[in-house]
Design a protein around this ligand. Structure first.
Ligand code: SAM
Ligand code: SF4
Length: 352
């Protein structure tokens, strides 16, 4: 199948009927969910080309003038926190460290939304050098993506030989006291055999490892439901080396279910995004790098806020447009339905 990334301007935008939407509340949708967790993509660029995410050649470049500036991101997150009930923001991408002005983005956000916890999802490359400035600007937590600690396997999965740089980023985050450092691994046939080794490494390194079922958000469009490696297969593989018992979730709003190695403090998280969908409890809202609201990773109906932002709209008008976009959020990803259609944009293009 051909690559499936399109720019925001080509994304269809159905009209959202708001006649039954309550006025002046938070980011409520018609299924009774309220979004309080904001993900902001800051770029489509990346230093890796993970096969489950990016095409070999990278995503089509977003014109510089179309990317939100640090001040614009700060303003939008400020509106989200002040007027729309958002309680946490996470910067993602693409790879957020590809933005040279990431510390400025954090500083603008901190000024516009004082007290709002700020986190980063990153592949960790270059984090060691950037961390002091990011922490000074208000960064509180990091999630770092790592699928294998085998260098040759890492190079194949990400199409780049950068494992030492990722490990340096993880160590730097730990040394800077950003505990707990969470490490995300995507579960695939290619990573299943090394899953127990990765977990053993995580226990030793003192990071919290979480496996995520692979979603049909790869730009190359090769994902199939039949080839999915699910949480049950992962637990069977880990069970050959570790005696695991389920201990529930550490945080009720987290999609990760935890298993503990019996008799130790070591835990591993499993995010069964495909087989145990948490859509009914979804509390996320997303902004793309061009400033459009994406109410769901699996919806193609993005609502652009940038024209309002750049056209002199008031904070109230922007907040209202954001509420309208979320009112139209779909009930779930529907991956198990015959009618399921994968979204136009891939994970790296929406912001994972
Ligand atoms: N570049 C950063 C990173 O890799 O952490 C941030 C962006 S990345 C798109 C965010 C997260 O999405 C990563 O943890 C990555 O593993 C995950 N991801 C990417 N493609 C995925 C897919 N098809 N299914 C499940 N998770 C995916
Ligand atoms: Fe880049 Fe993150 Fe996608 Fe990997 S998962 S290609 S690091 S954006």
């Amino acid at each position: 199948m051909a690559a499936v990334n399109l720019s925001a301007s080509r994304v269809a935008r159905p009209v959202v009927d708001t006649s039954d939407r309550p006025a002046a509340v938070g980011l409520l949708d018609r299924f009774g969910r309220t979004a309080i967790d904001l993900r902001v993509s800051v770029t489509e660029k990346c230093s890796l080309r993970c096969t489950y995410c990016m095409p070999e050649e990278g995503l089509p470049a977003i014109a510089r003038r179309d990317l939100l500036t640090p001040a614009e991101i700060g303003r939008l997150v400020g509106i989200a926190a002040r007027d729309l009930g958002v309680r946490e923001v996470r910067f993602t991408g693409g790879e957020p460290l590809m933005r040279a002005d990431l510390a400025e983005i954090l500083a603008e956000t901190r000024a516009a939304a004082p007290g709002l916890p700020m986190a980063l999802t990153t592949n960790g490359i270059g984090l060691d050098k950037r961390l002091p400035a990011l922490i000074a600007a208000g960064l509180g937590r990091v999630n770092i993506s790592l699928d294998t600690v085998d260098r040759e396997h890492f190079a194949r999965l990400t199409r780049r030989d950068r494992l030492p740089a990722v490990l340096a980023g993880i160590t730097a985050a730990q040394e800077a006291g950003l505990a707990p450092v969470k490490v995300n691994a995507v579960l695939m046939r290619e990573t299943l055999a090394g899953a127990a080794d990765l977990f053993a490494w995580a226990v030793d390194a003192g990071v919290h490892l979480r496996f995520i079922e692979q979603m049909p958000l790869d730009a190359d469009g090769v994902w199939t439901r039949e080839a999915l490696i699910d949480a049950a297969e992962l637990l069977a593989a880990l069970g050959t080396r570790f005696d695991l018992e389920p201990i529930g979730r550490d945080d009720p709003s987290s999609p990760a279910e935890l298993w503990q190695v019996v008799g130790t403090d070591a835990t591993v998280g499993v995010i069964a995004s495909v087989t145990r969908s948490f859509c009914a409890e979804c509390d996320r809202t997303r902004l793309t790098a061009e400033g459009s609201v994406a109410s769901c990773l699996f919806g193609d109906d993005e609502a652009p806020l940038a024209p309002l932002l750049r056209g002199g709209a008031s904070d109230d008008e922007i907040a209202d447009a954001w509420r309208t976009a979320m009112w139209g959020k779909q009930s779930g990803h529907g991956m198990d339905r015959a009618s399921f259609r994968r979204p136009i944009r891939s994970m790296g293009a929406i912001g994972g």
